[in-house]
Design a protein around this ligand. Structure first.
Ligand SMILES: [Zn+2]
Length: 319
């Protein structure tokens, strides 16, 4: 329960106010200007921290977070919200897939970060200490990257703390997406939150460099339901009719060759073990590999670009 001012860098939000601005974050080689918005309700309540744009080309999540928080009124909410509207500004500006162009690292593999490390490690440390720490719940909004199609899902950690895990599950179910993945994800925002004892939800809707209105609305509706579930707001869109299906096991398939990727499956397909998921060909059509599904499961995301590089993900299965 917070009643004193909330500060993020130079931003200071007293009770009953909303402040926004670019927060300077020194990452060693440069100083990033990170757009942050703080809505501090006039009534006490929980604090939610939320990020979008950890991956800079995941536009549905960035658009949905802006839509929700820019409309929040401090006079009507309980508690507070600290929103990082675009968490990796250099990646956003560069339209960069997977990595932060400042050092080529995937920000969502560097948490909890390192204050003396490379730019991405310093940015992760700032997000952990200045945004996630002190929150009663944390939400990280993503979607498929510019080269990825995906089905809508939430993800939570199995932290071993029953109270934290139950709260994360409750908030993920309020988000109301089609699938719920439960499992470890080292180096991510939600793992950093778990280490601080903070319930945390990863939420994924859309992808492929687009932000169609229906995907933005689905992401925004889920986040609004989460805010209602935690008690910040009273109003949210109705829960969807479908039940959330829990998928406790996940497997990522990666290319072992570089070439031209021809998938034979689609996102949302339910595969049996051994299903050939596609092939990587060389420039002249010769088959370099025909990878097979290592487990039974739903195709959660699928790389949709023709270009494929050795070591890059092809798709992920969960089941
Ligand atoms: Zn992402």
């Amino acid at each position: 329960m917070t009643t004193g001012p909330i500060t993020v860098g130079p931003l200071r939000a007293d009770s009953g106010t909303r402040v926004s601005g670019l927060v300077p974050v020194d990452v060693g080689t440069t100083t990033l200007q990170v757009p942050v918005l703080v809505v501090h309700g006039s009534r006490p309540g929980p604090r939610v921290a939320v990020t979008a744009g950890i991956h800079g080309a995941e536009y549905v999540s960035i658009a949905a977070l802006r839509e929700v928080v820019l409309a929040l009124d401090p006079a009507t909410i309980r508690g507070s919200l600290v929103a990082v509207l675009t968490a990796s500004p250099a990646a956003f500006a560069a339209r960069s897939i997977y990595v932060n162009p400042l050092d080529g690292l995937n920000l969502n593999r560097q948490f909890p970060g390192d204050p003396g490390g490379s730019p991405t490690q310093r940015l992760a440390h700032w997000l952990t200490t200045a945004v996630i720490a002190g929150a009663d719940a944390f939400v990280d909004m993503h979607c498929g990257d510019m080269n990825e199609a995906l089905v809508s899902f939430t993800g939570i950690e199995d932290t071993g703390n029953p109270a934290v895990d139950a709260r994360s599950r409750e908030l993920a179910e309020a988000y109301g997406l089609r699938y719920l993945l439960i499992g470890p994800s080292p180096g991510t925002t939600t793992t950093a939150a778990a280490a601080l004892g903070i319930p945390a939800v990863l939420a994924e809707v859309g992808g492929q460099g687009q932000w169609p209105a229906e995907d933005v609305a689905l992401h925004a509706a889920g986040f609004r339901r989460l805010l209602r579930a935690i008690g910040i707001t009273d109003d949210a869109p109705a829960q969807p009719a479908h039940r959330t299906e829990v998928l406790p096991t996940e497997a990522w398939m990666r290319a072992t060759t570089t070439g031209y990727w021809h998938p034979a499956v689609a996102v949302g397909d339910r595969l049996t073990t051994g299903t050939i998921v596609g092939e990587v060909q060389d420039a002249f059509g010769r088959i370099l590999e025909r990878p097979a599904a290592p487990m039974e499961g739903v195709v959660i995301f699928l790389v949709s670009s023709l270009a494929m590089n050795e070591g890059d993900p092809l798709l992920a299965l969960a089941g």
